[in-house]
Design a protein around this ligand. Structure first.
Ligand code: UD2
Ligand code: MN
Length: 344
């Protein structure tokens, strides 16, 4: 009886501290085990923890692993002159060429866009091509331009701006649309306004922008590779985002063939900018043969419009370009913007 009495007293006296000690032990084992487990899950499979590694070691390994994932080695700027340039090349225009072939040749291009893998391009360039019913020319320009731009180590994208319907063609307005739409995708440094039928013959003709607006076509096959006239600004031009903005882009008022390129030159000159050109042995193009398209007849008002440019350029341009985007298709080799630009 006395034994039980003593036991009861001891239990009574030590029950609380004993209970607390046991709970603490259970809690500690459960907590530390759980935490370590969750660290192990997120560790890379190659990381092994040895017995005795402390929590601090584990954290260090984790930090090192995440650094490897988040911060790849920074790429250097691409060299001033790309080592991939080839100079003058003989161009071919195979009648049997298909879009599938061109896609096969350009596997590194995604949705019209490309970026060099091993260096950071000096400029990001949007190539804008106005288009309607020139499918064959489109195929040839894609075939030649993609490798050409890649040899120049550019970050670029090709936009084809399709005029919907059969109203009179308006090259300049389509190019304004291209500028506005491309800027919704990316903050491009430089814009190349490019005819679909002009293929550059020499990759030293760099598709980048300069301090001043640049005209890239000094000569082409059909005109004996001579500048057509002083002030000629047609075919392919390169303006920075800001230069184009400063001149309020192209006029929207030139429906049909001619005048819109001279209008842009007047805008550039009104801003006291000076047109620059690459050397004539480099700025050479082959124009794929074509007749005048139906729906792009000579614009008989073009001289009249050119006389008004200096008075109207402020309110006729990208700030007044109204259009309805019908579709934007991100195809493997280009972004296809189909647009209703209205009629004259
Ligand atoms: C010259 C200029 C061009 C432009 C034009 C007058 C050169 C090398 N080019 O080209 O830049 O100033 O005169 O507007 O000097 N297009 C179509 N479908 C059509 C009609 C035109 O896609 O139905 C596009 C296509 O991109 C074509 C461009 O508009 O290359 C210019 O039209 P063009 O080639 O008929 O005019 P062209 O060669 O006289
Ligand atoms: Mn042409």
């Amino acid at each position: 009886m006395a034994f039980f009495f003593h036991l009861k007293r001891i239990l009574h006296k030590y029950f609380l501290p004993l209970f607390l000690l046991l709970s603490l032990l259970v809690w500690f084992t459960a907590f530390s085990g759980g935490k370590l487990k969750s660290f192990h899950i997120s560790l890379a499979p190659t990381q092994t923890l040895y017995k005795g590694d402390s929590l601090k070691d584990e954290l260090n390994i984790l930090v090192k692993a995440s650094n490897r994932i988040d911060t790849p080695k920074p790429k250097e700027e691409c060299p001033q002159e790309s080592p991939l340039l080839r100079g003058a090349v003989k161009l071919t225009f195979e009648p049997s060429l298909t879009l599938k072939d061109v896609e096969e040749e350009n596997k590194e291009v995604t949705e019209g866009q490309y970026e060099p893998l091993d260096c950071t391009s000096r400029q990001s360039v949007a190539i804008l091509i106005p288009h309607r019913n020139r499918e064959r020319h489109l195929l040839y320009i894609l075939h030649h331009l993609h490798p050409f731009l890649q040899r120049q180590q550019l970050h670029y994208s090709i936009y084809i701006i399709q005029q919907a319907g059969d109203e009179t063609f308006n090259r300049a307005k389509l190019l304004n649309v291209g500028y506005l739409e491309a800027l919704k995708d990316y903050d491009w440094d430089c814009f190349i306004f490019h005819d679909v039928d002009l293929v550059p013959e020499n990759d030293h003709n760099l598709y980048v922008c300069d301090e001043q607006p640049k005209h890239l076509v000094v000569g082409r096959n059909a005109t004996g590779y001579k500048l057509r006239y002083k002030g000629y600004f047609g075919g392919v031009t390169a303006l920075t985002k800001d230069q184009f903005y400063q001149v309020n882009g192209f006029s929207n008022a030139y429906w049909g063939w001619g005048g819109e390129d001279d209008d842009l030159r007047i805008r550039v000159e009104l801003q006291k900018m000076k047109i620059v050109r690459p050397p004539s042995d480099v700025a050479r193009y082959t124009m794929v043969f074509h007749n005048r398209d139906s729906g792009n007849e000579i614009n008989k008002y073009r001289m009249e419009l050119l006389r008004k440019t200096q008075h109207v350029w402020r309110k006729d341009g990208i700030n007044s370009c109204s259009y309805k985007t019908l579709s934007i298709q991100r195809l493997p080799l280009y972004v296809n913007v189909t647009v209703d630009i209205g009629k004259p």
